[in-house]
Design a binder for this molecule. Structure first.
Ligand code: GDP
Length: 439
């Protein structure tokens, strides 16, 4: 699914990666390319429009942290907007009730029966006591198909009694309750097209059993039609989510984006093949990442945006300018680097930074942590005036930080050099450079 869209959007994102400047005209050009990519992928026009305007608005209002490049920030925005359109946060099924009923609806051939089997297998593997039942009152063959599938995935099949779908459903739920089952997956009849009779029947079943989840099974290959089908089912039954099937065969993926956004029916699972284990929980965030193929940049931006305290960075930069950068500031900066996952993980995520894995493995954040420990073992006064550190004070600091006096001396010497270097740069060209590095 999404392979073509992913290819196109991935290209666009790739071009943006290193961009140090993104003017409004650049942004417009990028948005035009995106629009084409989305329409080609069969994403419905209103959804495409929404996506575009959302990206544009957020991009123009975005603040770019000094340590990031505008291109990277736009990729992150694109990623967030895609994830939002795909449904935002992943939501697990609500299976609190015992037994919980999961109602599956959809057109014939959408993959309902297959999905029932796949879902039963998945939930059983998560330790739930699951049973399957079909309430297709008119097609015994459909019930048999599910019964065979139940055998294959090794969960019980319950035959509901009664002359109507609602009666069969009621009796199956009752039996599931008396057997202490956690979940009953209820497959309903499908038709070739949506008709009033089908809708009335499903509504009747849904009302009778008070289903915890009402999932619409949608064939992703139906493209734009999927949207209409979803709207009709949703109007009748108030779907709590949908399962998109045959995503393995769908290269465009437009249906997924359109359905989730236009109907508000979130995708909860996707079928990824004919085999019984070709089924996965749908995670909008992860899917957005996969579509753009820019997980590293997105991760970098997230880390920097969440861990760099801009105020603190500005304060540090101002202190450098005044030649007042002391050990306390030094320790704070070290702490920020650690918040970002240490040197190796920072470098790994930098676009264009290709260091061999060996070099990254050797990069060690321990010295950084030790330096920080030494500074934090000093009194506030000592941090401001390291000259106060005589022999006995040094021994105390070394003891307190689990280091040694020679190591402390080395650190103080390094810090002294750094401070002198900063003082020299103060006022010169280096001022900006340093402020940038720190901010
Ligand atoms: P129902 O009429 O809605 O119950 O549909 P079925 O469960 O009988 O499925 C119809 C066809 O779609 C069968 O041939 C399934 O093997 C196939 N199918 C279902 N889900 C998937 C899927 O995720 N990928 C692929 N490739 N085929 C699927």
């Amino acid at each position: 699914m999404f392979s073509r869209l992913s290819e196109k959007l991935g290209d666009i994102a790739h071009k943006l990666r290193g961009a140090a400047r993104v003017s409004e005209a650049d942004l417009d050009a990028t948005l035009r390319e995106m629009r084409l990519a989305l329409l080609e992928a069969d994403v419905a026009l209103p959804v495409t429009r929404h996506l575009m305007s959302e990206v544009r608005e957020r991009a123009l209002g975005a603040e770019v942290a000094k340590s990031l490049q505008p291109g990277q920030v736009i990729i992150k925005i694109l990623n967030d907007v895609l994830a939002d359109v795909l449904g935002g946060q992943r939501r697990d099924l609500d299976l609190a009730k015992i037994p919980s009923v999961i109602l599956l609806c959809g057109l014939q051939g959408a993959g309902k029966t297959t999905t029932a089997g796949k879902l039963a297998r998945l939930l059983a593997s998560q330790g739930k006591k699951v049973a399957l039942t079909s309430v297709d009152a008119t097609r015994p063959a459909a019930r048999e198909q599910l019964q065979v599938l139940a055998g294959q995935v090794d969960v019980p099949y319950i035959s509901g009694e009664g002359s109507t779908a609602a009666k069969m459903a009621k009796s199956a739920v009752k039996q599931a309750g008396s057997e202490g089952l956690h979940v009953l997956i209820l497959d309903t009849a499908g038709r070739q097209v949506v008709d009033d009779e089908l809708m009335a029947e499903i509504k009747d079943v849904a009302d009778t059993v008070a289903a915890s989840e009402r999932l619409l099974v949608l064939d992703s290959m139906t493209g734009q039609t999927a949207l209409q089908i979803a709207e009709q089912f949703h109007a009748a039954v108030n779907m709590s989510g949908c399962v998109l099937t045959k995503t393995d065969a769908d290269v465009r993926g437009g249906a997924a984006l359109s359905v989730a956004h236009s109907t508000g029916v979130a995708i909860r699972y996707v079928g990824t093949g004919e085999k019984i284990d070709a089924f996965e929980a749908f995670d909008p965030q992860r899917m957005a990442g996969r579509i753009l193929g820019q997980g590293d940049v997105v991760g970098l931006v997230e880390k920097i945006q969440s861990s760099v305290d801009e105020e603190q960075a500005k304060k540090a930069a101002a202190k450098i300018k005044k030649g007042q950068f002391d050990l306390e500031d030094f320790a704070e900066q070290l702490g920020q680097m650690q918040n970002m996952g240490g040197m190796a993980s920072m470098l790994k995520m930098m676009p264009g930074m290709k260091l061999p894995q060996e070099a990254l493995d050797q990069m060690d954040d321990k010295p950084m942590k030790r330096m920080q420990a030494m500074v934090y073992s000093m009194t506030p006064k000592e941090r401001k005036y390291p000259k106060l550190l005589n022999g006995s004070r040094k021994r105390r600091v070394a003891m307190g930080s689990g280091t040694s006096v020679p190591e402390l001396n080395r650190m103080l010497k390094q810090f002294g050099q750094m401070q002198r270097m900063m003082k020299k740069m103060k006022g010169g060209k280096g001022k900006r450079m340093m402020a940038q590095m720190m901010g």
